[in-house]
Ligand binder design. Sequence first.
Ligand code: SF4
Length: 499
Amino acid sequence: MLTLKINREENEYDIYALVTSFYPECGLKVVIEDSDLADTDSDIIYASLTPEKKNKGFLRFLAGDMLSGNMCYEFESSEKEPAAVKKQWKLFLYDSLSEYTGRTLPWGALTGVRPTKLIMGMLNEAEDSGVTAYDVRSQVEKDLYDKYRVSGKKAELGIEIATLESSILKPFVNEDGYSLYIGIPFCPSRCLYCSFTAFPIDAYSDRVRSYLDALKYEMEQMRIYMNGKEPDTVYVGGGTPTSLDEQNLELLLQYIGACVDIKSLKEFTVEAGRPDSITPGKLKVMKKHGVTRISVNPQTMKEETLKLIGRRHTTDDIRRAFGEARDAGFDNINMDMILGLPGETLSDVERSFDEVAAFRPDSITAHSLAVKRASRMKQWIAEHGAITGLDADKAMLKANETAASLGMKPYYLYRQKNMAGSLENTGFALEGKYGLYNILIMEEVQSIVAIGVGTVSKRVHKDGSGLIERCDTHKDVSLYLSDLEAMVERKKKLFGEGK
Ligand code: SF4
């Protein structure tokens, strides 16, 4: 176990994110205290900043069994503004960790989940300075390295995506629009790596109808506090929305249709997801109610892995569900894949992508496995040891090559903590099949009204302040049902009823 000692709580997130990226296989214990480190035989990384100005500090390595030797790097900032000092400190931490370990990270010191939002801002700034398009790109690439140590490859990818997103988002940037997210927190079973709000539907069958009625109530209230304004997109996610039986799925879609003008939507997604929950009847119901985009998610095409991660479906189920979705007339089908699943080698990943390519989906989302604290995977690793020897970089390259061979472009990207290889999740799509909601939520250009268990609504203020306010809902179904009125009131307050 590696101990990360920090002398100030406010520094915790950045340091923690960086150290776990450099030491992904080590358990990390965080201790917040100010003390001189005496001789010790345990492995300690100690990050300390001076109390007031925080413009001086150090990063010290004390080696036990894991670290390679004792070392201390000194920090002194030349900046005056606290925000600039903080940036310098973060870069110092990255450079020190990089020098000590002899490794670099693809995204450098960038630990945020939305690199393309940052890059979009940098591109706009460089464009405003009046330089040529070529110079804009090279300026941003240089800044990404100088300020964050982002590798050339990742800078190129980020710039490509941010440029495409900017053109897709143009109509939304100045509009005070919003999208509607509806959360269905039920699944056929819980996957090993899951950290979402998702409960086995069989155990909740007696509460499903009350839950749908609560969603209906929330949607009716939303009509009032959004002054009858129609959303641009609707996204039904979860969980697995198609874990609802056919009657309940139809009821949900009827409720949505009663509150939203489906014909005016720019996109209507139901993230079907789990192939074991998809039936011809449910596909017919979704088509009838105007759903334009669905997902059939394999995650892997390796049978043993599907069993190991608790998906309770086979590769034949994936083939069947995808074929039935095409037969039902869906011409915008996404497939999610995960890189870095337990025991998978590079050739497993390559085989899976080759099989997925044969389906000719309209988009593919390649996720790098992120091991979350709330997942059973954390326990699994504790019992079974390191997950995989997968070369995450080469696996992501395969995802890129597969998407390119199908004529897809990368169109959105986000990162999470503890991702395999410190990489990213990338969405690839054919032209015109980009998941609009995905871009809108990632780049935060419009508000999201989110209803249901474990969801987070977001108000993006359009007054030039850049202010974004959030409001979450209970993660427990019973609590959500009993406290519905209070949650609706909070959303009314967030979106400014009557303004
Ligand atoms: S399908 Fe998705 S939401 Fe459901 S248990 Fe698996 S990872 Fe979690």
